[in-house]
Design a protein around this ligand. Structure first.
Ligand SMILES: [Zn+2]
Length: 187
């Protein structure tokens, strides 16, 4: 399994590297929300000029908050931002979606087929989470059609959360091929 490769690498790593001791409060007092896409690994920080210790990085599938979680405080993203703001001094937030996101234009038929092939019953999820239908299932996953619209919506959810203070929240889109950032909504 891949975990064995990781453990073998890690043994080498700790023998060869000594990491500087730094604090857990982000130096730039910023939280960055982005997607879990594997193409953003390393490239993302390089494109933004971020070093270890600079910012909190929060990643969700699609850099989004799924529709059923947008109201209230149950969202893991809102919870993490609250921790960052109230406990770690964050005073600025950037939501950064990306081009070619796997959650844009997602195919409900493929999603359901994949769940069934892996032995998970999509109807049970729809029933128990009161998602009503396939459309609700796709909403639960956080799928969207337009990355710019999604970024604006997530920015609005964060800005309007009664559980978070009024601090600047920006919305951007990063080009996954070039690393270029586009400002969509400046906070
Ligand atoms: Zn993505």
């Amino acid at each position: 399994m891949v975990i064995d490769e990781i453990l073998a690498h890690n043994e080498q790593f700790v023998q060869q590297k000594t990491l500087p001791i730094i604090g857990h409060a982000p130096r730039k007092r910023m939280a960055v929300v982005t997607c879990m896409d594997c193409r953003l690994v390393t490239m993302f920080e390089q494109a933004l000029g971020l070093e270890r210790g600079d910012v909190l990085e929060l990643r969700t599938a699609g850099a989004t908050i799924s529709r059923p979680e947008r109201a209230g405080a149950a969202s893991d993203l809102i919870r993490s931002l609250a921790g960052g703001i109230y406990l770690l001094g964050v005073r600025e937030v950037a939501v950064i979606g990306h081009t070619q996101c796997g959650l844009s234009h997602s195919n409900p038929t493929a999603l359901i087929a994949s769940m069934q092939a892996l032995g998970v019953d999509p109807d049970r999820l729809i029933r128990e989470q009161r998602l009503e239908d396939t459309r609700g299932l796709v909403d639960w996953l956080g799928a969207f059609n337009d990355v710019h619209v999604n970024v604006r919506e997530v920015v609005d959810v964060i800005r309007n959360s009664p559980f978070l203070p009024k601090i600047p929240v920006h919305g951007l889109v990063i080009n996954i091929e070039t690393g270029k950032l586009e400002m969509v909504d400046r906070g």
